[in-house]
Design a protein around this ligand. Sequence first.
Ligand SMILES: C[C@H](c1ccccc1)n1cc(-c2ncnc(N)c2C#N)cn1
Length: 284
Amino acid sequence: MKHLHSGKVRDLYELPGGELLIVARDSISAYDHVLDTPIPDKGRILTQLSLWWFERLADVVPNHVVSTDLPDGSPAEWEGRAVVVRRLDMIPVECVARGYLTGGGLKDYRKSGAVCGIVLPEGLEDGSRLPEPIFTPTTKAAVGGHDQPMTYQDVEQLAGAGLASRLRDITMEVYRRGAELALERGVIVADTKIELGLREGELVLGDEVLTPDSSRFWPADDWEPGRSQKSFDKQFVRDWLVSPESGWDPASGTAPPALPAHIVEQTRAKYVEAYERLTGRSWA
Ligand SMILES: C[C@H](c1ccccc1)n1cc(-c2ncnc(N)c2C#N)cn1
């Protein structure tokens, strides 16, 4: 099969029949670096979690999944972390919904009191829950660049009023359903990013959905506005990388060091925990 694109933690291939194959790697990224040390099973766990969400959201929006059968000629190690998907005409908008304020949205809010043109109440802090979730689309940055915020009018200009409205409605409903279910299971979904594409004039959910890579997962019992929240899955890695033990400085611009085995194991356990809590299924 033909290799089309490599993302930070996933690769995209083209199959002879014209369909695409998304392969999730066991890579993890932190501080804008893809780490050298893989987290065993991360690719499989996040692929299976995304497939579970695609099924649960099928009444909200159809999805691009065709099959999880490995295409002939695929390496056996791809089993469970490769998905055959329909080729869509992707809409060049990162469709983001936020229920909590942090990251780039917080930065914009502190500068202008608004995010993507949406004015927010005063006094919000890092991690504040928003009065209502908001649609905060961004452009798809080029490799190594950062996504730029778009106003809703920008989306209308790019996709037309009708499509823009559908993009927003679908994004908000996917977020609402995901955040509600996750919170019942002790996980805050602070924000999530989905990608939508067109197939025969119909909007179809692409990419991955409601995984810790496409969304910010926070442990609900640790939530405290006014400071940066702990990441459900990446906190052990983040803390170790800035601890004296690692000897690394994020500001140095150098590549981070390899992770010690205990950090890898604790991080793998968090992916298993997220899968089991959300789906109610045992990972074993
Ligand atoms: C950025 C993202 C990506 C995903 C996985 C790995 C590397 C990149 N991507 C997705 C498509 C795409 N194009 C046409 N039809 C589709 N069904 C999809 C999907 N998903 C193009 N790029």
